[in-house]
Design a protein around this ligand. Sequence first.
Ligand code: FAD
Length: 450
Amino acid sequence: MKTQQKKITLVGAGLVGSLLAVYLAKRGYHITIFEKRSDMCSTAMSAGRSINLALANRGIKPLEEVGLMSAVAQLIIPMTGRMLHDKQGQLTFLPYGQRSHEVIYSVSRGELNKLLMNAAEAVGHVDLHFQHSIETVDFDRNTMQVKNEVTGELREHQFDLLIGADGGGSAVRKAVDAYHGQVSVEEKLFHSYKELHIAATPQHQFQMQGDALHIWPRGDYMMIALPNPDKSFTVTLFLPDQGPDSFSEMKTAAQFLPFAHAQFADALPLMPDAGPFFEQNPTGFLGTVHCPNWTVPGKALLIGDAAHAIVPFHGQGMNCGFEDCAELAALLAQHDDDWAAVMPAYQAARQPNSEAIAQMAQENYVEMRATSADPKFQLKKQIGFLLEQRFSQFIPRYSMVMFHHLPYAEALRRGRLNDIILDALSADIDHADALNWERAEQLVQQHLGA
Ligand code: FAD
């Protein structure tokens, strides 16, 4: 059944919904979008809500595919590696990759979202309704209740095909769950985040190295900073919800500042407003969504965080959502827009990969806040780069996720084998010069093939 003429109702004009609208509008679909927020092009982004994000290869490829990467390139700042700050303010730089293109990019969430929404509207046949939120969905009648957030008025909207791109708290996902009589698992991390800010100097320069993602790893928690085009940094503090040094223990500037002085002594002087920001900015919670059913056959589909919200520590939530869009578009082309065939193929292709990146993102939190400061970890990174130079079979896991297009599940599988090799090779040495190359070759061939 060819359904090219079908009208699509899309819930959520966030990063993923907007990019998907571009893809679908280009395929000739008429799209009605309901977005809870007001128009970002006319209102500022609310303070303290993940102002910038890391964009990597998996997100770049779809942007290239729809012809938007040259416009996005005006908004991005390359980050070539992690700059670790220890308690004494000593710096250690760990490059992300070893080739000039192996960098990731800091991009403003608001600016990227605006660009994508404008691009969707520019394709034509896209109707955007801001300040309209979805309350309930009835899959028997193909209708949903839409609330006008300004007047409070509720009205019924009839849909042919419904796509939920309404983020981690997705109302569409709840309706899909109800249809199948199953419940998605929302796994809380029990660590949350708060945003702080390092301004540019009066001469409009960065106060720290501008082409790095800065990390203050402190074991159970951490602070990070990503550069912005105006030479400021968006700083994100991740802390446990409970226990010592947690958000429940620190609520006021007076409670936070002595802690920050002890833990982030080099950063605090760069953030004279840290106290008020800490007190006033909202605390964002973090978690992973495991959703069993991403579709209602022939009627509805979930995409992006609505299907698979993950914790942000691999910088992949948006990248993964953009990859969803590209995969869905490829399947539509392959199946001649037969949604009945596309829907199960889409879930089968994406779900194992989203589960894999969810797991790697959780593991990366431990790496960023704790192990990255460990000399053994840094030695393994060095050995990994050396192996990558000599053996084509060996690619460090971080690189597989950020710089390659291998499915996430494959990156996870091969990453486990990498760990066995790196653990064995680093066990008895303190320096990469002492690497036993014969043993390295043996292990690589044994675990990764000739
Ligand atoms: P969202 O961006 O959440 O958009 C959903 C949209 O739906 C919103 O506009 C919302 O207003 C709207 N909506 C919600 N409910 C309704 C409703 N009922 N009716 C109508 N509209 C509705 N990802 C990366 O790739 N790299 C990073 O570096 C990175 N860093 C992050 C840092 C933090 C602190 C956090 C929290 C996340 C980070 N992410 C990162 C993840 C990334 O933000 C998400 O994966 C991405 O925003 C998902 O896009 P989305 O469009 O699916 O959902």
